[in-house]
Design a protein around this ligand. Structure first.
Ligand code: HPA
Length: 250
């Protein structure tokens, strides 16, 4: 299997079951990453882990240094990158507790350093990437096979709407996302996916639904709904990752 990295989102200040072997402090031309990269062992395989919101989970989605994170993982030699993401569900099949591997995205974020291709640091001659298919199909399929093998069927596909946050959406905003074709809404899917493509990494998102998006559920507090579903989702995500490393050996 290509060298795997996992970027943990909400709920993942560390990766349960990962035996840490080395803490790698990254020096990047793009500034400070969210924290050190942990090289560790999951089952009998090694992977890299980086907590997107920092080890203390204090970095909000709009303040994550996505460029330093992706650059750091590239420097470590990662080839496959799984971005874990807590999301709200919009489409009827995407209820709380569901795990999904989206195949499309729409970027509603703004003001984030979203490209390595700038005239200053790291500017390169080629400054366009193809992004018709924003996620790496090989890794998407590997995740889907792992979900099936772990008897945790993942939804294959869906459109991830990346919002700016850190506030949750209004009900009208969610209705607009729905009209745009979004099935899931989260705050960290971009620019991470595009930067990974720019860096030449094979990137896919493993999304876990922790709440119905604003206006879609029964009207109880979204924040308490999130807390309630997070633990179950974390267990599912860890099982998928354990199966991924076990079944996609070299
Ligand atoms: N909206 C945006 N981001 C999220 C949500 C949501 O409802 N749930 C988890 N992350």
């Amino acid at each position: 299997m290509p060298r795997l990295a996992v970027i943990g989102g909400s709920g993942f200040s560390s990766l349960p079951g990962l035996l840490a072997l080395e803490t790698i402090v990254i020096r990047s031309a793009y500034g400070l990453p969210s924290g050190p990269v942990i090289r560790g062992r999951l089952g009998d395989r090694e992977l890299f882990f980086l907590a997107r919101h920092g080890e203390d989970q204090r970095i909000p989605p709009h303040d994550v240094n996505y460029r330093a994170n992706i650059d750091g993982l590239r420097q470590c030699g990662a080839e496959w990158v799984v971005g874990l993401g807590a999301v709200g569900g919009i489409g009827p099949q995407y209820g709380p507790g569901v795990l999904a591997v989206p195949d499309q995205l729409i970027d509603y974020t703004y003001g984030r350093a979203h490209t390595f291709f700038t005239a200053g640091t790291g500017g390169k001659e080629v400054n366009h990437i193809e992004f018709t298919e924003p996620y790496c199909e090989q890794l998407r399929q590997a995740l889907l096979r792992s979900g099936a093998a772990a008897e945790l069927p993942l939804i294959d596909g869906g459109t991830y709407g990346a919002t700016q946050g850190p506030r949750l959406e209004t009900a009208a905003e969610v209705r607009r996302l729905e009209r745009d074709g979004c099935d899931l809404v989260g705050m960290t899917g971009m620019p991470e996916a595009a930067l990974a493509r720019e860096a030449g990494l094979c990137y896919a998102c493993l999304a876990f639904v922790v709440n119905w998006a604003a206006g879609k559920g029964s009207g109880t507090s979204l924040l308490s709904e999130m807390r309630c579903h997070l633990d179950r989702c974390i267990q599912g995500v860890v099982s998928v990752l354990e199966t991924l490393v076990r079944t996609h050996g070299d």
